[in-house]
Design a protein around this ligand. Structure first.
Ligand SMILES: NC(=O)c1ccc[n+]([C@@H]2O[C@H](COP(=O)([O-])OP(=O)(O)OC[C@H]3O[C@@H](n4cnc5c(N)ncnc54)[C@H](O)[C@@H]3O)[C@@H](O)[C@H]2O)c1
Length: 387
């Protein structure tokens, strides 16, 4: 670690604060600049200060960047600060899903050399349109996006590196970063106490594990459901109660959905929820609650505070359940996203993977982060944390 993190390179205090704590990303951009300089990058990543810090560094290194975010998570002031640096940003906090699709289309008008995606909306649209001859490949941030790309009808003829297919990221960001920030988002959105509460966590992948373990460390009584017996074993050995989804929902006061899969809370599961249960989303898409099943059993809704922040659904049998932020990722909608150091690691994986795509040594297709990149970053992170 020799390069100093550049200071105050944007007119946005929160982005400058993030940048101050992102030495690994700054180092990776400085080292990769000869490969990245002059390239056009189409990006879809939550537009907030850590992303803005990355974009500011890449723009300084000579990249031409066109960016969008995800519905509901854009920080408009961070987006404006990037526009002031000459970055094209098609994203607003108030964007709907329809606006998001249009933003993706406009980002792809930049005819990119590289893509950096989060959830695979951008790459899927690019593949559907047909890639241009100068497209080199890209990265995908999430598990969900990696699954979508691998299952897609059109496979990329270029390398696409799935950042979440990295043990390093799963450990530092998904487990510890998501664990802390989801609980922080839940507390911000509800002002409720966590110690002593009966909490259910659906899915015990790295994200669910981080949330369940963080809740338990704060004194909640945590139950976990997962379809994978190995993860159930891991949960029970970490001291959590385990059961089927309907088992753990019965009696739960707080429910966190961290499976990444669609419709996990269908009619039977919604019927198992206790009166007053509060539901928060962790997985990438707000689709884990089956909206059609919920609508079929809802007789009315109540907004507690800002529209959609805490929506109460009165069900046919008189119970009321509350869904926070429409089931969108609670750490992004009601807190500041993952802690800066966790994102420093994930964004360093992004930069070094994009540089590897530019260097031309990777095979075509959806793939994990190369081991040499992981080992290099792990070594740097150990050195940083043990100072
Ligand atoms: N909120 C954030 O900041 C953030 C950050 C990173 C990832 N994510 C998202 O969180 C989600 C989970 O990520 P992960 O890395 O833990 O994924 P993962 O795939 O490793 O874990 C998901 C777990 O859910 C289980 N599962 C699937 N269907 C289930 C069902 N019907 N009932 C019970 N369990 C079920 C799976 O067996 C698996 O163990 C993904 O959507 C990912 O994109 C969110």
């Amino acid at each position: 670690m020799t390069t100093e993190t550049p200071k105050n390179i944007t007119g946005h205090a929160a982005t400058n604060w993030a940048l101050k704590h992102m030495p690994l990303t700054a180092q990776a951009v400085a080292e990769s600049a000869p490969l990245l300089d002059g390239k056009s990058l189409a990006m879809c990543l939550h537009v907030e200060p850590k992303t803005a810090a990355l974009v500011a560094l890449l723009a300084r290194a000579g990249m031409r960047i066109t960016l969008t975010g995800s519905p509901g998570t854009t920080h408009d002031d961070a987006a404006d600060a990037l526009r002031a640096l000459g970055v094209t940003v098609h994203s607003k906090r108030a964007d709907s899903e329809t606006d998001h699709a249009e933003n993706i289309r406009r980002v792809l008008e930049s005819d990119p050399d590289l893509t950096l995606d989060n959830g695979a909306d951008l790459t899927t649209a690019l593949l559907a349109d047909g890639v241009s001859p100068h497209y080199l490949g890209g990265t995908e941030e999430t598990t969900t996006g990696g699954l979508r790309l691998r299952a897609g009808a059109t496979q990329p003829g270029k390398p696409v590196v799935v950042i979440n297919d990295s043990y390093l990221k799963l450990l530092v960001e998904n487990e510890f970063g998501v664990g802390q920030s989801v609980v922080q988002g839940f507390m911000n959105a509800t002002n409720l106490m966590v110690p002593g509460m009966n909490a259910a966590v659906l899915g015990y992948g790295p994200c669910g594990k981080g949330v369940a373990d963080t809740l338990a460390r704060l004194g909640a009584r945590v139950s976990v459901a997962d379809l994978d017996p190995m993860r159930m074993l891991q949960a029970v050995m970490n001291g959590h109660r385990v059961g089927s989804v309907t088992d753990v929902l019965a009696g739960a006061q707080l429910v966190f959905t961290a499976t990444g899969h669609e419709g996990v809370l269908g009619a039977d599961e919604l019927a198992a929820l206790a009166d007053g249960a509060v539901l928060a989303g962790v997985g990438h898409f707000a689709w884990e609650i089956d909206r059609a099943a919920l609508a079929a059993m809802t007789t009315g809704t109540t907004e507690y505070g800002d529209p959609a922040r805490r929506t109460g659904y009165t069900l046919t049998d008189g119970r009321e359940i509350v869904i926070l932020e429409q089931g969108r990722m609670i750490n992004l909608t009601a807190a500041n996203g993952n802690p800066i150091q966790a994102m420093d690691l994930g964004l360093t994986l992004q930069v070094r993977s994009l540089a590897a795509v530019c260097a031309g040594g990777l095979a075509a297709g959806v793939q994990a982060v190369p081991t040499d990149i992981e080992h290099r970053i792990a070594t740097d992170l150990v050195a940083l944390l043990s100072r």
